[in-house]
Design a protein around this ligand. Structure first.
Ligand code: C2E
Ligand code: CA
Ligand code: CA
Length: 772
């Protein structure tokens, strides 16, 4: 050691011989040191921290100098000095400042020597020894100082290395996560990056199973022997392996670390395995998707204390990144599933799972395209009759069950010869190109579909109507086949439902005619083509004119068309309401005009069910009567018996309001609506009209007379007036009088007449006996 300062150790030890003269002026040295420390308080403070001990920094320094002089330098003294240098460096004490401190102190001691009484030779020797000793002291202190700095640099380098490898791991993992479509491949890349970049021995990802086990999903092994057996670890606290890092990570949802796997008693069950693979540190991070642990990322290192604070922070970030990637993947998968479901729903009926209308159309088109020469495709349209009532009776749940049963029966009948789909609430479509099977199919449907269904403890009688159409030769598409099957179905339903009807071209012609008529009629009112004809009603006993029924005529090409020619085309459309209100206004106008001309004839108008049921009915009527007040009984509404059967309560209220407004009500076509007499008796009407169908053949069919007689007694007992239509002859007239009918109308009295003709007729009517 002393070699470096050019002196031998035993020689240097003689410095202590000069202790007395050297320390003679220690008070001065103390002052010097105090002064020096006072000049640089920050450095002094650092110095004190680096060399803690009794007293202040100056005391410490004095002590050191005393030791320097008195104590010969041995190994332990040397390493103490180096350690002190290290400590000074660690606390950041400036080396220049330290040097100047040495210089000052040495100068002070040197001057003490020169002022001493030592002979010259001895003084020179003491000075030389002091200088060498100080040099040595400085050297050793600076050696320690340097050692610290070098160590620090090494540490920084190692830290930098480890951090850069961790950042490389993180960015590698980020990349693996970014382009991972296949989740397993993505996790495998993550493990590989961990092993390659972070220098780990093994990385594996486990997926948490329902049975509380984490089982291997992906793994990559580095220099550790790859684990061959499939990894499977219980995470239950009550199981032997459940206390390990995986179990703890899953349960606590937090990173678990063992920087010395042999020190953790909970890892006891793995010790042998760890020893086999050389594992020293281990970490398990929970992987979470929407705050739920779905798996673990386990990392093993052969290095003890591998998972230091900075690594832990980064690995925590990495585990969260993996969790987020799993979450994204999960969301993507769910959206794929939802897309698939939507795609399914776009082509299927959600309730029965049958193809929907779009898909059926495609299936029919496909059958049509693959037709061979001469082969045909049949399309059947099947409707469940009265489905609204089934729903009303059993609720939607019951209605759904009925539909599912119908779909089951249809499937059973058609497969494997064709397809069946649900195309609207209670309508199904069947298609097949096995025409040879069609008769058997139709008869199977006719037989099976009407079978009662037991739903929620109730027996539901089913009635299904079927329309059948077959493709024609040449071009034909699904849409037109479906349309025609619908027409055939409508025809089947017209017959009361529960029938099967085959399409024929006349249906299309009728439909075309209907639409042509409807569109022509839509112009009838604006063009003034409608006219009212009036048919008188008289008292059959005294011939007095009791009133007139207004009957509409559509004057087309100069000829009046009877209602039977056009009313069916506009029934249940807006046009029907337009017509009724036109008739009502025209009748009111006519009554007023006649009254002004001195002709007092009550007029009755026919009212369709749609007009009466409409919400606007009462307000419109009130407005009409407000603008055109009429005496009570001058306007009568004829309402069909069948109309009063539905929504009876609402209709009754409306009719009662009409009576309050001064209108009278007649029940038209009495006896044709199959209403019970009890029901009819409760309705607010003043007059019963017996339809001409019963009357015209009164003399030929004795049954009719019996019917009329019972109607007469009903009217009599309920206090209603009775009017009989179809008085075509004197003979009928006479018989009606015998039966007890006192009011009538009919061709025998007068056909319906235009307003002017009616006025003339009234003037001419003297009530003579009929000549017919
Ligand atoms: P309805 O209410 O039963 O009217 C009586 C129908 O019997 C009238 O036919 C009338 O011309 C006819 N008729 C009268 N006497 C005899 C007779 O002795 N023998 C025979 N065979 N028939 C006779 P019309 O005018 O063709 O009307 C037919 C149906 O059209 C009416 O039956 C009524 O339901 C409806 N209707 C007529 N005009 C209107 C109207 O302005 N509005 C509404 N909503 N329906 C109307
Ligand atoms: Ca009528
Ligand atoms: Ca009638």
């Amino acid at each position: 050691m002393c070699r470096f300062v050019g002196i031998r150790n035993e020689h240097l030890a003689q410095l202590s011989n000069y202790a007395a003269p050297l320390q003679a002026r220690f008070a001065l040295l103390a002052k010097e040191l105090y002064w020096q420390l006072l000049k640089s308080p920050a450095e002094a403070e650092r110095f004190q921290l680096a060399a803690p001990g009794q007293g202040g920094a100056a005391e410490q320094l004095l002590l050191q100098w005393r030791e320097l002089i008195e104590r010969p330098l041995d190994e332990s003294g040397a390493s103490k000095l180096a350690a002190r240098g290290e400590s000074l460096a660690r606390h950041g004490v400036d080396i220049g400042w330290l040097l100047s401190l040495y210089e000052r102190a040495e100068a002070s001691l040197q001057s003490a020597l020169s002022a001493s009484v030592l002979p010259d030779e001895a003084a020179r020797e003491a000075s030389r020894l002091l200088r060498k000793r100080v040099q040595l002291d400085q050297m050793l202190t600076f050696h320690g100082y340097q050692r610290f700095l070098r160590g620090e640099a090494d540490n920084r380098h190692a830290h930098f290395q480890s951090m850069s490898s961790l950042y490389a791991t993180l960015s590698g993992v980020g990349m693996a996560l970014a382009d991972g479509h296949d989740i397993r491949a993505m996790l495998q890349s993550v493990c590989e990056v961990c092993v390659r970049e972070a220098g780990l021995g093994l990385a594996w990802v486990g997926r948490l199973q329902n049975d509380g086990q984490v089982s291997l999903e992906a793994a990559a092994a580095g220099d550790m022997v790859p684990l061959r057996a499939p990894l499977q670890i219980s995470v239950r606290a009550d199981e032997a392996y459940g206390g390990g890092l995986s179990g703890r990570a899953v349960r606590s949802k937090a990173l678990q670390v063992a920087n010395d796997v042999y020190a953790d008693p909970a890892l006891e069950p793995w010790r042998e395995l760890f020893a086999l693979h050389g594992v020293r540190s281990a970490l398990v991070a929970p992987l979470q998707v929407r705050q739920q642990v779905v798996g673990t990322l386990s990392l093993y290192s052969a290095e003890p204390s591998f998972f230091n604070q900075s690594r832990l922070a980064l690995l925590d970030v990495m585990a969260r990144e993996v969790g987020r990637a799993l979450e994204r993947h999960d969301a993507l998968e769910r959206s794929h599933r939802a897309e698939n479901e939507l795609a399914f729903l776009a082509r299927h009926d959600a309730l029965t799972g049958l193809p929907n209308r779009d898909q059926m159309q495609e299936l029919i088109d496909r059958l049509l395209q693959t037709r061979h020469d001469g082969s045909q495709v049949a399309v059947l349209s099947v409707a469940v009759e009265g489905f609204h009532e089934i729903n009303a009776r059993l609720g939607f749940e019951g209605g759904d069950m009925v539909l599912c049963e119908v779909s089951r029966r249809l499937r059973q009948a058609i497969y494997p010869f064709g397809h069946v789909g649900r195309v609207s609430a209670s309508r199904f479509t069947v298609c097949t190109d096995r025409i040879d099977q069609l008769p058997a199919l139709v008869s199977a449907l006719k037989q099976r579909l009407p079978m009662p269904v037991e739903v929620m403890g109730a027996i539901v009688e089913l009635r299904c109507s079927i329309g059948v159409v077959m493709s024609t030769e040449g071009w034909c598409d699904a849409a037109s086949l479906l349309r025609r099957a619908g027409l055939a179905l409508n025809r089947a339903r017209e017959h009361g439902g529960g029938h099967c009807c085959h399409y024929d071209a006349a249906m299309d012609e009728a439909l075309q005619k209907l639409h042509a008529l409807r569109s022509a009629f839509s112009l009838a009112i604006p063009r003034g083509e409608l006219a009212l004809h009036y048919q008188p009603k008289i008292n059959l006993l005294n011939n007095r004119i009791e009133g007139a029924e207004a009957l509409v005529r559509w004057v087309r090409d100069g000829r009046p068309a009877a209602p039977g020619d056009f009313l069916p085309a506009i029934e249940n459309t807006e046009l029907m309401r337009d017509l009724d209100w036109w008739v009502m206004r025209e009748a009111v106008r006519q009554v007023k005009e006649w009254r002004e001309q001195g002709l007092s004839v009550p007029v009755s108008v026919n009212l369709s069910s749609g007009t009466l049921k409409h919400d606007d009915f009462l307000p419109t009527l009130e407005a009409l009567l407000d603008a055109n007040p009429l005496p009570t009984g001058f306007l009568e509404l004829e309402v069909l018996e069948s109309v009063t059967q539905q929504e009876a309560e609402q209709i009754t209220t409306k009719l009662e309001r009409c009576r309050d407004l001064g209108l009278s009500i007649a029940l038209d076509d009495f006896g044709t609506g199959a209403s019970s007499l009890v029901h009819l008796q409760q309705l607010p009407f003043d007059t019963i009209k017996i339809d001409q169908r019963f009357v015209r053949l009164l003399l030929d069919m004795p049954g009719n007379e019996a019917i009329i007689r019972s109607m007469v007694s009903f009217a009599h007992y309920t206090g209603r007036k009775l009017v009989v239509e179809g008085v075509e002859s004197q003979a009928i007239w006479n018989r009606l009088l015998e039966i007890g009918c006192h009011d009538g109308q009919g061709y025998g009295i007068s056909p319906p007449l235009a307003a002017s003709a009616f006025r003339q007729w009234v003037q001419d009517w003297h009530g003579e006996s009929l000549n017919v």
